[in-house]
Ligand binder design. Structure first.
Ligand SMILES: [Zn+2]
Length: 501
């Protein structure tokens, strides 16, 4: 799933060569919590006492929660390694063994409030989803830790290591899903386990929701749950994938965490035409392929306006405030950047990519039918039906049929929330010089299902990736460093604990 990250803005060509070594600089940004996460229950707020000691931050405040992060990191590493080894390549998905694996870990820690949702049907088996709950006292609505158990396929030839061995080598965990999204799932799982072990009183339920089929459109996962079990949508917040931290942003050698507050909506359409077949040696005016090409030509020439939505404005404003962008961004300067940068371009307009074209059987036969698929991505808040009507007017040919393959739009989540403040605080405390930038994702995630139900959903995998690591997501050699897994566990625990207790 293509994400906009602050770093990709400055890399017009995001396909960077895959560095074989995962170099160390990421770790230098980490603030080490030598002691433990501390807690002042009276204010429900943590106070950091003692000045930063170089890049290391000593936490000297009272320690209510005694967490051995070395041990937790070992545990997380072991779980992720074994989780990656359960091949849930989608298609076909077959997520059930992954769910059973997570179930066993949860039960071992006494988390027994588990609900299973089997979305399997005649054509697809083993499509199991699972919800685990840590109960709160009900004074606040639940927070959902959302993660998908399926992974995208691999091209084995491109990998230096076995993508499903769960290999741990030189401080790095290799394999498909290491980041997207089994790594994040483990980070969320660890937060559940720690909060349960520590017996932290909760004002809201913490819900760990492991879903199937995200990588293939969520028909057996989040979409199924929203349709058949809408009670799962009764939450205040969702934490999901959608963004992550990068070690450098916009040419500045400083880390930034992209927290997705919104995403573009897919509007996948099939255009088809019919005409009169005939001999290629005698052209006529009812050639189905001619008709389709005329329609596609008009679509290509359709100039759609650029707009800078409030979320994108906020992203650039925050980047400026954080010192990543020297000049104060304006709508005009953002639009100017969009002319140069395909990602910013995609975030300022409804895009259309022609993706497939099918017609014809033989060199000298005029085809009777032709078909094209187009992948349109709509800005948050765009009315998909109005867009399709506009497209119909642009094509201006009633003989071109338009069919919907996948249409899903989503509103943006608000930026000014208690959860966002917590994310910002926790980020600042853990990673020196880092800012949180509210970002918009060009790809879609399961967050859309929750946002459409009015739930605030943020996409943030709390790890700090080098550009060379980030491109391995959905690519070859996906991997995550143990150091990053540790950071993710620390940040997630702290974020979830603060917002829930
Ligand atoms: Zn994913």
């Amino acid at each position: 799933m293509p994400y906009l990250t602050a770093n990709s803005i400055n890399n017009a060509a995001p396909e960077m060569p895959l560095a074989e070594s995962v170099s160390a600089p990421a770790t230098s940004h980490f603030r080490e919590f030598n002691q433990t996460i501390k807690h002042t229950s009276s204010l429900g707020q943590d106070t950091l006492l003692g000045p930063p000691n170089g890049r290391r931050l000593q936490c000297l405040a009272m320690t209510e929660y005694d967490i051995d992060w070395d041990k937790v990191t070992d545990e997380a590493t072991d779980i992720l390694s074994r989780y990656i080894a359960i091949d849930t390549t989608n298609p076909p998905g077959n997520e059930e063994p992954a769910v059973r694996f997570l179930e066993e870990i949860l039960r071992k820690d006494g988390i027994e409030d588990l609900t299973f949702y089997d979305a399997s049907d005649e054509t697809s088996k083993g499509r199991l989803n699972m919800l685990a709950r840590l109960p709160g006292d009900g004074t606040a609505k639940p927070i959902v830790l959302l993660n998908h158990t399926d992974v995208v396929p691999v091209e084995r030839g491109g990998w230096d290591e076995d993508p499903f061995a769960g290999l741990i080598k030189d401080g790095v965990i290799w394999g498909r899903g290491a980041v997207d999204m089994k790594g994040m799932g483990v980070i969320e799982l660890i937060a559940m386990l720690l909060i349960k072990r520590l017996g932290i009183p909760l004002k809201r339920d913490i819900v760990f929701l492991a879903v199937a089929d995200e990588e293939a459109g969520s028909e057996y996962g989040a979409e199924f749950l929203a349709r058949e079990h809408p009670e799962i949508l009764n939450a205040e917040y969702v934490l999901n994938e959608g963004g992550w931290g990068t070690t450098a942003a916009m040419g500045t050698d400083r880390p930034a965490f992209n927290c997705a507050v919104s995403e573009k909506g897919p509007c996948w359409l099939t255009l088809s035409t019919e005409g009169r077949p005939g001999h290629g040696s005698v052209p006529h005016h009812d050639n189905a392929l001619d008709r389709l090409l005329r329609a596609l030509q008009r679509i290509q020439e359709w100039e759609r306006p650029r707009t800078v939505g409030p979320e994108l404005s906020a992203f650039f404003a925050e980047a400026h405030r954080g010192g990543y962008l020297e000049e104060k961004p304006t709508d005009d300067s953002i639009k100017a950047m969009a002319e140069e940068n395909p990602l910013i371009s995609a975030l300022t307009t409804n895009t259309i990519s022609l993706t497939t074209l099918n017609a014809g059987v033989k060199h000298n036969v005029i085809p009777a039918s032709a078909e094209a698929t187009i992948d349109c991505r709509l800005l948050p808040g765009t009315d998909a039906e109005a867009f399709i009507e506009e497209l119909r007017a642009v094509i201006d040919d009633p003989k071109v049929k338009i069919e919907r393959a996948l249409v899903s739009s989503t509103p943006a989540s608000p930026i000014d929330t208690e959860l966002m403040s917590v994310i910002k605080d926790v980020t600042r405390e853990h990673v020196e010089d880092a800012s949180v930038l509210p970002s918009v994702s060009t790809g879609f995630t399961d967050s859309r299902v929750f946002r459409n139900a009015g739930v605030t959903a943020y996409g943030l995998i709390p790890v700090l990736l080098e550009p060379a690591e980030a491109v391995t997501i959905h690519g070859h050699n996906e991997r995550v460093s143990i150091e990053n897994l540790r950071l993710g566990c620390q940040m997630m625990f702290e974020i979830v604990r603060r917002i829930s207790s």
